[in-house]
Structure formats: C-alpha cells, structure tokens
Design a protein around this ligand. Structure first.
Ligand SMILES: Cc1cc2nc3c(=O)[nH]c(=O)nc-3n(C[C@H](O)[C@H](O)[C@H](O)COP(=O)(O)O)c2cc1C
Ligand code: SF4
Length: 463
C-alpha cells in the first residue's frame, strides 16, 4: 500500500524533512496561492477530520475564516485519549515536522494570530519530537509569522474533546464549554450565556470578541502539507469519493501483533486487521470490532466492510479515530460493555447530570449482569438510562455511552440473557482495557491506572 504519512524511518531533523519530496513545499504553495485558494484546495481535496467526527476540513477552515473578529487561533489536537488508538503518537514520533507545517499552513489560511499544539504531559517522546520540530522550523525561518505554543495537558479523556481542550489551553480543567470553538474560541471575552466574567483583551476593537478557533486533529493537519505540495487531485487519487486519501490505523486487542499502520481508505476492515495487526491467533475468529469506545460495534460477520466513513456508517458504526479494538470468539461481550461503560462514567465530567448519573447507573447494573447477580429489572433500567443519558449533553461523551453500550447489548442480547439465567459469566478470561500508553514492535502497553481511576478523577491506592 502506498504510504505518505508514516515514513519508513523517523524523520530526525528539519534538514531530513526538507530533503523529502514535500518538506516545506506545502507552505510555499500556500503562500503562492494565498489564504482563500489554500482553503479552496483543502476543500477540493475532500480531506475529512481524523480526530473522530470526520468533518470536512476545508469547510471547517472556511467557517473559522468567515467568522471575522480580530483574533483567531489554531489548536492542534494531539491529546489522543481514545482507547485503542495510538496513531497520533506514532505520527508525531515518525514525522513531527509535517504536523507543525500543517499547523503553520492552517494558521496562514484562517489568519490566526497564534497556534497551540496540545499534547498530554505524559507523552514524553512526542513532546520532545514536536518541540524539536517547532524549534528547528523556527530557526529555519519557516514559522516566523505564527507563534506556536506547546501545551502539556492532563491525562483525562475529555482533554481531547475540543471545547474542553480550549479550557485547558486557558489554564482551566477539561470541562467542555457550551459552544463550539469556531463560535466561542480561545480567550473569548463574549459570554457563553448571560453573565460576562472577563475583561476584554488588549487589542479588541468591539465590546466582546468570540475569537473563532480552529481545532484539528494532528493527523488531519499532517495531511495538509502533502495536499498543498502535490495537489487535491493527487489526494483524491487515493481512497473513495467520500473518503479520499490514506488513514493511519491502530489495531489492538485479540490480534497477533498490535500495531499502527497507514492504509488506503476503502480497504476492507478484515484486510486492515490482517495487514496492521497480523490477524488473529490460530483457530480464532473475530467476534466484534470497535472503533475506540465512541462507535457502535462492528460484528465479526461485517469484516468485508470498506474502511471509509460511508462504509462503516453503512454497517451502523463509524470511523472514529480508526483505532480498532478486536475481540475474538472467546471474549465476553457483557464484560466489554461493562468496561466501556465504566470508562465513560469515570471520565464523564458531571456538568450534565444525566450523563454522569446515567453512565454510573448503567455501569452498576452491568457490574451485576457480569457477576451473575442481575435480574430482569436491571435490564429494563439499563434500557431506560440509555434513553436518558444524552439529555442536555454538552459534549459527545454521553452519546458514546448510548451508542456503544446500546449496540453491544442489542447485538449480543443472547449473551446478556445467558448471564442472567446462568448466574454468571460463561466466558471468563482476562480482557485488558486497551487504553494505550505505548505501542511498538508488535507489543501494546496498556494503562494500568484505568482500573484505579475513580469517578471524581482521583486514583484509589494500588493494592
Ligand atoms: C470525549 C471526547 C474525546 C475526544 N478525544 C479526542 C482526541 O484525543 N483527539 C482528537 O483529535 N479528537 C478528539 N475528540 C474529537 C474532538 O472533539 C474534535 O472533534 C477533533 O479534534 C476535531 O479535529 P478534526 O476535525 O481534525 O477531526 C474527542 C471528542 C470527544 C467527545
Ligand atoms: S455530556 Fe458528560 S462528559 Fe460531556 S460535558 Fe456533559 S457531563 Fe461532561
């Protein structure tokens, strides 16, 4: 498969980057085109956001530029907290220069005064790589016009949510605000609703400013220099009509060698599991695949589905961040639902009561189903909470709870009944929760602290 995002060897210096066939050329082309034609080229390429939502990147850029105002910002989302996903860290390790060049092009296109690249403080190799890339590109005179700040954020899942990320850049906790960043951006002085807390920043001309802010995933931004340097037609020569280009996937779980790999969009999901994760062990079959904990289950019978936004949608799921968690025929799907629900409950911030309360109530009942102490009332109550959990939600986390848990209980209803009737789990086996802290040489290291994290975001003592 042709690969352009992940080089065979990591790019270790700006000179090595400039020696590649695109290094610096995307920005040069953008400067020749000017901001409007740069946005038009990204729009024409059909690039869609790789952070989970798949929103057309050119449209987002145009919206931010069209919002007006005196202050605009760019935020690169490198928080990568989705379970089963490591592709952003792999990209930042392998070629941090293309990420930073993508940030500079985006800032030029939307006329941003400043950009922030947001990583978790715990992502040490990636922080080193991105800091090196920013410094060397600055020294090479490439990003003189745009100030870039690297933000070291907390480990919370919500830090990756774009509205919460803006809060962290402003020095606050990762609690999603009400309005999207393109409407209510960084350091905005316009009130979200009603009462206004902040003084205007120096430089504002109006009474209040909303500071439209562009938030893009680091893989999305990594595609940008390639699109500008080689053109939208080149990008559209790969992938499908609605999902052009390549995507960097993670494959973990019950596979022989978990890994990250770049594949052309439209490749059948089963082939991706074989090519990136080296397939399953002898005599094992795929029972279920999940794209993170954010999308409904893809059952094992649907492995010929093309890996594309429209393909995964056609089987009732979604592309998410292309981090695939594979479970084989020995896995207990009630335990999977319980783990996913617990993760979302713990990570929910509690600003919207039905989200925190509902995901907690669902998790408590799934604990009982898995332990064999549930009754049919518990099942009805889970269904009731799944209906209400998204009421008044500020962010998509509550929707994830509904979609992922609802889909598992629907697709594997027989296993749920089996647990209730037989008084326990008939498929007990270790099922590690796949939140990745490292992934290299076919070995995944999962975050052991997830089991100790409590719903108030503190950690229980080990042992
Ligand atoms: C709970 C939650 C966690 C998220 N975590 C991430 C993340 O770690 N990285 C990311 O790029 N997007 C994440 N997103 C999606 C972002 O909110 C946002 O849609 C994305 O960064 C936009 O970039 P894109 O248009 O380039 O995809 C998350 C969303 C939610 C609801
Ligand atoms: S939906 Fe849940 S996670 Fe999102 S802001 Fe509301 S309580 Fe927090």
């Amino acid at each position: 498969m042709p690969s352009y995002l992940l080089p065979e060897q990591p790019i270790g210096s700006v000179d090595e980057y400039f020696a590649t066939d695109i290094g610096g050329l995307g920005l040069k082309r953008a400067a020749e085109l000017g901001p409007d034609a740069t946005i038009a080229e990204v729009l024409r390429s059909g690039l869609r956001g790789r952070g989970g939502g798949g929103f057309p990147t050119g449209r987002k850029w145009q919206t931010v530029r069209d919002q007006g105002g005196t202050h605009r910002y760019v935020v690169a989302n490198g928080a990568e907290g989705e379970p089963g996903t490591f592709k952003d860290r792999a990209l930042m390790r392998a070629n941090p220069y293309q990420v930073v060049e993508g940030v500079i092009i985006a800032a030029f296109a939307v006329d941003a005064r400043e950009a922030f690249i947001c990583l978790k403080a715990s992502f040490e190799p990636e922080l080193e790589a991105v800091t090196r890339a920013v410094t060397e590109l600055q020294q090479a005179g490439v990003c003189r016009d745009c100030e870039i700040t690297i933000v070291r954020g907390p480990d919370e899942y919500l830090y990756g949510e774009e509205k919460a990320m803006l809060e962290v850049v402003e020095g606050k906790a990762p609690l999603p605000g009400l309005f999207p960043p393109y409407e209510h951006g960084l350091f905005a002085t316009a009130p979200q609703t009603g009462w206004q807390a902040m003084e205007n920043e120096p430089g504002h001309v109006g009474r209040h400013e909303s500071n439209p802010t562009l938030v893009n995933n680091v893989e999305t931004l990594s595609n940008v220099p390639h699109i500008l340097a080689r053109g939208a037609d080149w990008f559209r020569s790969m992938g499908t009509e609605q999902s052009p280009g390549n995507v960097v996937c993670t494959v973990v779980g019950d596979v022989v060698a978990p890994d990250v790999g770049e594949v052309e969009l439209g490749t059948p999901l089963g082939d991706v599991i074989s090519a990136v994760g080296s397939g399953l062990g002898a005599a094992r079959t795929v029972k279920a695949v999940f794209s993170g904990v954010a999308n409904p289950v893809v059952p094992g019978r649907s492995l010929d589905v093309p890996l594309s936004y429209e393909g995964l949608q056609s089987v009732g799921s979604g592309m998410g961040a292309a981090g695939f968690i594979v479970y084989d025929d020995t896995a207990c799907m009630v335990e999977v639902a319980r783990q996913f629900s617990r993760f979302l409950w713990v990570e929910s911030c509690g600003q919207c009561p039905p989200c925190k309360l509902g995901s907690g109530e669902i998790t408590a009942r799934l604990d009982r189903v898995e332990a064999g102490t549930a009754n049919t009332d518990d099942l009805a109550e889970i269904a009731g909470w799944l209906d209400k959990v998204t009421d008044g939600n500020r962010c998509y986390l509550a929707v994830e709870e509904r979609l992922v848990v609802g889909s598992i209980l629907g697709a594997f209803a027989g296993e749920v009944v089996e647990h209730v009737e037989s008084g326990g789990c008939p498929r007990r086996r270790p099922l590690p929760f796949p939140k990745l802290v490292d992934l290299r040489d076919g070995r995944a290291t999962y975050d052991e602290t997830v089991y100790r994290k409590q719903p108030d975001w503190t950690y229980a003592d080990p042992g």
